[in-house]
Design a protein around this ligand. Structure first.
Ligand SMILES: *Cc1c(COP(=O)(O)O)cnc(C)c1O
Length: 392
């Protein structure tokens, strides 16, 4: 099919919930994508932080094919090897104790919220159920995670939302203490706010927050749906902040492009969700888990160090272009935000870059780059060249 025909068919039969760019993608190699007519695009997006290993990764495709031929799915009433191995790997590499697998980021956060409320219910009884989240955060699109999201624009249309969330200023412990009360059971944060604009929390704030949570027996819930799985240059962002959260959610990059998510909990929270308390039909699917194991194998210490180096290279390269429409860069590893100067629209800049063969994302009022973690030096340079030509 031609790009044109694909776009027409989509408009005719798929619910129009996305503002799409007029590009159809067909295949890819490394961090380069191609449309059906063979036009190349350098990818600074990885879907949205999903395709950690880029496109056409042979070990990844082979593991998926082999597992699909053996066993594509079975229920969680039985045991299978791939999710057990993936859970072991995640725990050994992070210091967390156990994993629950689900399918998407919002769903993983729902599980994390349920766990926090159940922990408090078991120990303190009813009424201690409020979760504090941070302003400008993003936690998902379900009725509950929309409400957990600390941005008013998301609290519309779909009333009534789930009760029991309050919002504190990000990075401000005084604001958190003012928001707190006897009814609080947990605090939930992104260590680098993703959709909100690529805004990392400061080390001193995160350390103080972890101490406060431990003192008050509030669970510290970290949403690593976007920051997890190597994106920030460590396997999980919490590892470079030197904390061990009570519960961590992950999704996007975990299986390198197949739908999978989950939560990891520490020893204190291991037994909170018992049999019959939480479940999902597809969770821990063996094909997705087999793909996840390949991602884990690739993301060794050397690879993660390269993610940090590539992030530094791209940020320096962008700032060195001195483009009139762009300001400073920020972020961790290959999670990069670029400020857009007053008078320019991030949507408009993204549109122009995409037209010129460079896929980028927006976040908050700025631009956001989440390239495949395997992106090559040559692909980074090609991307920078397109930025220079398009935005000068
Ligand atoms: C993308 C994202 C989500 C939602 O994930 P879905 O898979 O779209 O449900 C939740 N939290 C954060 C931090 C995200 O970046």
């Amino acid at each position: 099919m031609t790009s044109q025909a694909i776009q027409q068919l989509t408009q005719d039969f798929v619910m129009e919930t996305y503002g799409r760019f007029p590009v159809a993608l067909d295949h890819g190699q490394g961090a380069t994508l191609y449309d059906p007519e063979g036009r190349a695009y350098i990818d600074f997006t990885s879907g949205i932080g999903v395709n950690a290993l880029g496109y056409g990764c042979q070990p990844w495709a082979d593991a998926i094919a082999a597992q699909a031929k053996k066993l594509g799915h079975t229920s969680n009433l039985f045991y299978t090897e791939p999710p057990a191995k993936l859970a072991e790997c995640l725990c050994r590499r992070t210091g967390e104790s156990c994993v629950f697998f689900a399918n998407g980021g919002g769903e993983a956060n729902e599980g994390m919220i349920k766990l926090a409320r159940k922990y408090s219910f078991d120990k303190y009884g009813q009424g201690r159920s409020t979760i504090i989240t941070l302003k400008n955060s993003f936690h998902g699109r379900t009725i509950t995670t929309l409400k957990a999201t600390g941005q008013d624009v998301f609290h519309n249309f779909f009333f009534p939302f789930t009760e029991g969330f309050r919002y504190a200023d990000a990075g401000n412990l005084d604001s958190l203490l003012e928001t707190a009360g006897e009814d609080v059971c947990a605090v939930m944060v992104e260590l680098v706010q993703g959709e909100g604009g690529v805004l990392p929390l400061e080390q001193s704030y995160v350390t103080a927050l972890a101490d406060l949570c431990a003192q008050r027996d509030w669970l510290l819930l970290v949403d690593e749906v976007q920051t997890g799985v190597g994106r920030t240059g460590t396997l999980f962002a919490f590892q470079q902040y030197g904390i061990l959260p009570d519960v961590v959610s992950f999704a996007k990059g975990i299986a390198g492009g197949l739908p999978m998510s989950g939560i990891m909990a520490n020893e204190k929270c291991r037994k909170v969700l018992g049999p019959g308390m939480h479940a999902t039909t597809f969770g821990g699917n063996p094909v997705c888990a087999a793909a996840g194991l390949v991602v884990q194998e690739m993301l060794n210490d050397r690879f993660l160090k390269e993610v940090q180096e590539k992030g530094d290279y791209l940020r320096k390269g962008i700032e060195a272009l001195h483009l009139p429409c762009l300001g400073k860069t920020r972020g961790l590893g290959l999670m990069i935000g670029i400020a857009v100067q007053d008078g320019w629209s991030n949507q408009d800049l993204a549109k122009r870059l995409i037209e010129n063969g460079l896929l980028v994302l927006t976040a908050g009022p700025g631009l956001r780059l989440l390239p495949p973690l395997v992106i090559s030096q040559d692909e980074m340079d090609q991307g920078l060249e397109i930025m220079k030509k398009t935005l000068s």
